[in-house]
Design a protein around this ligand. Structure first.
Ligand SMILES: [Fe+2]
Length: 367
């Protein structure tokens, strides 16, 4: 590894954001491409986008153009635009992932097995994409991830988001598992959380959490079910229902499910719709933020749902996040930038940085 990068990694203080070049340098971005993106399963779409044999779409990601196709035998395949070289592809509950690894992609079978009970009741495989957005964001992919994996900015920046989430939820677990800011908030929240879990259990819905935020492998994932604000059914305007229940869910349970497959791919499940987030690195200071909204496969447009209602909250929140992230990029580009300390609500960012450094140190596929 380049000695400059080793030195920069050594200079970084625990609990602080990264030295500036990690957010802008072309050489470090090339290393990220080989050692990070090349070893992850990247979320690129859903099977409902290519319903018929011969249907296809193009995914641009980390300098590669990948065609995703439905073959004549109904299987999903992927190949590079150049020379039609095959690309690794994986379908989980209808979601399509690709891996740019040169030889063997990471085995995520056991992880997906742990996640499956949280996803299966929504029958995501039978769901339908109703809307997509791409927010071309002028920022390094790590700034996008850092912003998405913490909730320190939620209260001042996301008024729509905060209408459907309790402040105590945010303080107790809104920044992810283990990122509790206030023990008092967690205690105050405990009663509501337990009541939600009891309701979910009574309905036969999943509840609880699972995670692996380790350093030894590419695995960096988590699943968490938690309640929405009082009286809210979904992450929507006024928390109202915006479509029929998905899959085999028995009733609205007042909660939602957050799933992060890896730092670049997440899925948020409400009872009546789902949203996916995938961050596609496009350059040292350029990341495409893709969002995709899904509803139950039998839901009919304008009769059962409208795109405007379903996509309301994350359309607004995503645009706010784009502005924040681009401002952060401007900040780290300044000659006066100094790494700053993460807040208590940003604890998972330290885990992310440690995981990222572990990947940089790793040799193997694609390196
Ligand atoms: Fe945000």
């Amino acid at each position: 590894m380049n000695t400059d990068i080793v030195t920069l990694m050594g200079e970084r203080q625990t609990g602080y954001s990264l030295p500036g070049p990690f957010y802008s340098d072309a050489g470090i971005y090339r290393l990220d491409t080989d050692r990070v993106f090349g070893k992850l399963w990247m979320l690129v779409g859903h099977v409902s986008q290519i319903p018929e044999p011969g249907d296809c779409f193009l995914a641009e990601i980390a300098g590669e153009s990948i065609w995703v196709v439905r073959r004549d035998n109904d299987e999903i395949g992927a190949f590079y635009d150049v020379r039609s070289h095959a690309c690794h592809v994986l379908v989980f509950e209808g979601l399509i992932f690709i891996c740019l690894a040169g030889d063997s992609p990471p085995d995520v079978g056991p992880t997906l097995q742990e996640m499956a009970p949280f996803v299966k009741p929504q029958n995501l495989a039978g769901a339908r994409v109703i809307h997509e957005t791409v927010l071309a964001t002028d920022a390094n992919w790590k700034l996008v991830v850092e912003n998405f994996w913490e909730c320190n900015h939620c209260e001042p920046s996301h008024p729509e988001f905060m209408t459907v989430h309790d402040r105590n939820w945010m303080l107790a677990m809104g920044a992810g598992l283990g990122a509790c800011v206030s023990e008092q908030a967690a205690m105050d929240y405990q009663g509501k959380f337990e009541a939600f879990e009891e309701r979910a259990q009574q309905l036969g819905h999943p509840f609880g959490s699972a995670s692996k935020l380790g350093l030894a492998s590419t695995e960096f994932w988590q699943v968490l079910r938690s309640p929405l604000a009082e009286g809210c059914y979904s992450e929507t305007r006024d928390g109202k229902k915006v479509g029929p229940l998905m899959g085999d869910l028995n009733d609205f349970d007042g909660g939602m499910t957050h799933i992060s497959f890896n730092p670049l791919a997440s899925l948020w499940l409400c009872n009546d719709h789902a949203v996916t987030f995938n961050f596609r690195p496009m350059g040292p200071m350029s990341t495409d933020v893709h969002m995709m909204w899904l509803v139950d496969g039998d839901a009919e447009p304008d009769k059962d749902y409208t795109v405007e209602d379903v996509a309301w909250m994350w359309t607004a929140t995503g645009l706010q996040d784009k502005t924040i992230t681009e401002n952060n990029q401007s900040g780290v580009n300044s000659s006066r930038y100094q790494p700053g300390p993460y807040s208590l609500m940003e604890r998972q960012l330290e885990d992310f940085v440690q995981w990222y450094f572990a990947r940089l140190r790793e040799t193997g596929n694609g390196s």
